[in-house]
Write a protein that binds this ligand. Structure first.
Ligand SMILES: NC(=O)C1=CN([C@@H]2O[C@H](COP(=O)(O)OP(=O)(O)OC[C@H]3O[C@@H](n4cnc5c(N)ncnc54)[C@H](OP(=O)(O)O)[C@@H]3O)[C@@H](O)[C@H]2O)C=CC1
Ligand SMILES: Nc1nc(O)c(N)c(N[C@@H]2O[C@H](COP(=O)(O)O)[C@@H](O)[C@H]2O)n1
Length: 222
């Protein structure tokens, strides 16, 4: 599976504020780029922290891109994937509507009742790992279901786990021209961070978009 992480940060590396409310960091040209990237992937993944904070839809904005996917024999929108050990995704989340297939990656700590409720709400529930989701195994299950190209849209906890597991191939960061600050505000890579064996990146391109800069990297082999 090929995995590209995309996120938008402030100049000081924050994904949102200490209140964890969604901040519009990208401008319209960058959101159009994100839409193209979604259209080029089989699925778009976020953590349940992002679902609870943003209630995202994760579908395409542009009808022409949906048509192009249909012409290629693909579903009109990429599938949606939530990393959610215990099934905290609310049953009325936008991500559970019928605009696209939605996978919930859970662990053995999800209750049978919660699993049934989420399946009744339309989700395909996969289980890998005992406490937290074992991302390596869960993504292998997705791959077996035909998902070969995966875009990750955050947040910082899930992005950290994917880097820690050596699963990320490419990283795109749009740096908007603002400061958010705050020691408790989420950053691009949170979790426990790294103290050694830092993931190393090769800068592929820098592009000015709207009033910010897009940084595109390949992730070096470890
Ligand atoms: N500017 C941008 O581009 C973006 C900004 N954001 C912002 O980021 C914030 C949310 O980020 P964050 O709080 O880090 O949440 P995440 O979206 O990264 O979700 C983290 C949650 O995923 C679950 N999880 C399950 N298994 C794992 C695993 N193996 N590794 C990591 N997480 C796992 C955990 O919950 P559990 O144990 O219950 O399963 C964990 O708390 C919001 O403020 C949102 O607005 C988010 C995306 C993009
Ligand atoms: N690329 C980008 N720029 C920003 O400024 C953002 N705030 C985000 N957030 C991500 O986009 C998701 C919302 O998706 P929908 O519009 O609901 O489809 C949000 O959940 C973050 O993952 N991204």
């Amino acid at each position: 599976m090929h995995i590209v992480v995309n996120a938008a940060t402030s100049v000081d590396g924050k994904l949102s504020t200490r209140r964890r409310e969604q901040v519009r960091i990208s401008g319209s040209a960058d959101f159009a780029r994100v839409d193209r990237l979604r259209a080029d992937n089989d699925a778009v993944l976020v953590g349940v922290g992002t679902v609870l904070a943003d209630d995202p839809h994760l579908t395409l904005d542009d009808d022409d891109r949906r048509d192009q996917r249909r012409e290629r024999g693909e579903a009109p929108n990429p599938a949606r994937v939530v990393v959610d050990s215990t099934g905290r995704t609310p049953l009325d989340s936008r991500i559970l509507d019928d605009a696209a297939e939605t996978y919930l990656l859970t662990s053995q700590s999800i209750s049978g009742e919660r699993r049934q409720d989420l399946e009744a709400a339309g989700a395909t529930v996969l289980t890998a790992g005992t406490e937290r989701v074992d991302l390596d195994s869960a993504l292998s299950e997705l791959e077996a279901d035909g998902i070969e190209a995966l875009m990750v849209e955050g947040g910082g906890e899930v992005i950290h786990s994917l880097f820690a597991a050596g699963l990320v191939d490419e990283l795109s960061v749009y740096v908007g021209s603002l400061i958010i600050g705050g020691r408790d505000a989420p950053t691009l890579v949170d979790g426990d961070g790294f103290v050694e064996s830092f993931p190393s990146l090769s800068l592929r391109a820098t592009t000015r978009i709207d009033d910010g800069v897009l940084l595109e990297y390949d992730v070096d082999e470890r």
